[in-house]
Design a protein around this ligand. Structure first.
Ligand SMILES: Nc1ncnc2c1ncn2[C@@H]1O[C@H](COP(=O)(O)OP(=O)(O)OP(=O)(O)O)[C@@H](O)[C@H]1O
Length: 273
């Protein structure tokens, strides 16, 4: 039996949608059961959204589907970009890669950074892949690295940086292109708690409300760490490929679990802002 829907919140202005997903389902090839089952989700501009859930509940699959890393087997995703709305399910793999490069930023526990490159090159390359000339890309990269506390470390290779410093490079890389939506998958998973808090501060600093100048920026974080989730404005809980709770971290008493409501998830974004 489906759990009763959470009472509807009073109508309030909602942040404009940055991403809207409907009916997202995904079954991996050769898998007998779906990893995602009919997820509806709306991410507003300026939101910070944590996704939690037990191991295997579908967190990474959801993040990968929302970010166009995988093509879900069913459902639709509309990403609102400065150039207009993009329907992700209509894109082929190359087109999705362009969207990821241009419109999305990624901070993963490991992976995206290139160990043989310097901190500066790792950030600049995100712009150069989009056609920005190297000198301009390196200037912007240096500015972002300085902003994230890495001035003087531009020429260090990744292997010469601590885990927290490497994550700062990843955050700089995710933001240097002006991406309005940043996805982070266990961004603090390999860090001690003090460094983890610093990295989280920097990630949350990247969130900007809707604004005519910058357009605003949102953050989606997959995490096992409740301390990380509690710092985000909104907490979504997955179980068995479904959203079982979607709640504001402001004014609610933490995670109650099983509140149902995969419906207009995020409809009260304005309340959370
Ligand atoms: N490439 C794959 N091929 C087949 N099955 C997969 C693949 N990736 C994930 N799965 C399965 O899909 C389900 C959801 O996995 P997913 O990685 O999304 O969960 P998760 O909540 O992120 O887990 P964790 O917290 O352990 O990282 C699991 O049953 C998993 O075994």
């Amino acid at each position: 039996m489906t759990a009763p829907a959470r009472p509807t919140a009073p109508a309030r202005p909602t942040a404009p949608a940055l991403l809207t997903a409907q009916g997202l389902s995904h079954t991996y090839p050769d898998a007998s059961t779906p990893a995602l089952r009919g997820v509806d989700l709306r991410i507003g501009v300026g939101e910070s959204v944590a996704i939690m859930g037990a191991s295997g509940s579908g967190k990474s699959t959801l993040l990968h589907a929302l970010a166009g890393i995988i093509a879900p087997t069913a459902g639709s995703i509309v990403l609102n970009t400065p150039a207009g709305p993009i329907r992700m399910e209509e894109l082929n793999e190359n087109q999705r890669a362009s969207v990821r490069r241009r419109d999305l930023g990624f901070v993963f526990q490991q992976g995206l950074l290139l160990h043989e490159l310097s901190a500066l090159e790792n950030v600049a390359v995100a712009l150069m892949l989009g056609g920005t000339p190297r000198p301009e890309a390196e200037l912007a990269a240096a500015q972002w690295l300085a902003r994230l506390g890495l001035a003087g470390m531009e020429q260090r290779r990744l292997g010469e940086l601590s885990g927290g410093q490497a994550q700062r490079v990843a955050i700089a890389r995710a933001q240097v292109t002006g991406a309005r939506l940043i996805f982070a998958d266990e961004p603090t998973g390999a860090l001690d708690s003090a460094t983890s808090a610093e990295v989280l501060d920097l990630l949350l600093d990247s969130v900007e409300p809707a604004d005519a100048r910058s357009g605003g920026r949102s953050l989606v974080v997959v995490t096992h760490d409740r301390a990380v989730a509690e710092r985000c404005a909104r907490l979504i809980t997955l179980s068995d490929g479904r959203i079982v709770a979607d709640e504001s971290n402001h004014g609610t008493a933490g995670l109650s679990g099983g509140t149902g409501g995969t419906g207009e998830a995020g409809a009260t974004a304005g309340e959370r802002a």
